[in-house]
Design a protein around this ligand. Sequence first.
Ligand SMILES: [Zn+2]
Ligand SMILES: [Zn+2]
Length: 327
Amino acid sequence: MYAMVLKQPKTPLEWTELPDRRPGPTEIRVKVGACGVCRTDLHVIDGELPDPKLPLIPGHEIVGRIDALGADVKGLSIGERVGIPWLGHTDGTCPYCLMQRENLCDHPLFTGFTRDGGYATAAIADARFAFPLGEEGSDHSIAPLLCAGLIGWRSLVMAGAAKRIGFYGFGAAAHIIAQVARWQGRSVYAFTRAADSSTQTFARSLGAVWAGASEEAPPELLDAAIIFAPVGALVPLALKAVRKGGRVVCAGIHMSDIPSVPYELLWEERQLLSVANLTRKDGLDFLALAPRIGIKVVTNRYALRDANQALADLRNGRFEGAAVLSP
Ligand SMILES: [Zn+2]
Ligand SMILES: [Zn+2]
């Protein structure tokens, strides 16, 4: 097999030939059809998330077909198309797993972070954490649903019954979740970097009722906001943009420091919360819903070997939608 491998944080990925691996008794091996590129991959590569497996194959939006099954795997078959998300393993026994909050497991493994991921021609996964995908839709259009879609979905659920909802940062996740929110009858307000008129136009094309700079006040107060961009300075701006009792959800795994804010921004029962990882139930709920909504995923395709270019383009905001690698 071949993979783009991170040997040390803050260095480019290296094209590497590796011996084929056999899945363990509870694992599957998939031939990768597509793997999405997520902002979290940048945080891993930049060393902003502590203690990655090294060397590491990044990538946690994997779509592929099973080509080897462990002896104890039930309910999956050779040739079946599956999705492999960020949550790669849980212990199933800690207090969080027992209270149906496996996203907060005390002993988790994360795909493309603490276990190898999908920037490769093949990937090994814990069979219990793979989602059967059926045959509808192309591999590359489904891949971004597996993190941008799933964690975006969890964030949208956490935002509650908000009619007017703001998205700060309009990248892969927001462009998917804007379509979900609109389908649910909500009004989407898109906040981008001040000069980024092309992303504002893109947001309007996906049904946003308003798009502007993050520093701008929306035309009316919002019921909730989701912050997708990893920028702590957006927190006070989002708190200012929501009404009394409104909610601000931080969707990212990493964020720069949140500046000190006057208490009055939180006063009147505004809520500030974060979303961590996903549960398998989030995945099953969202992947069942996605085909009914008819989500159009805008993808920018790169060859696996060009993963460093895809990451650089993501870092510099050079495309709209999501980047996807094809082996
Ligand atoms: Zn656990
Ligand atoms: Zn991700």
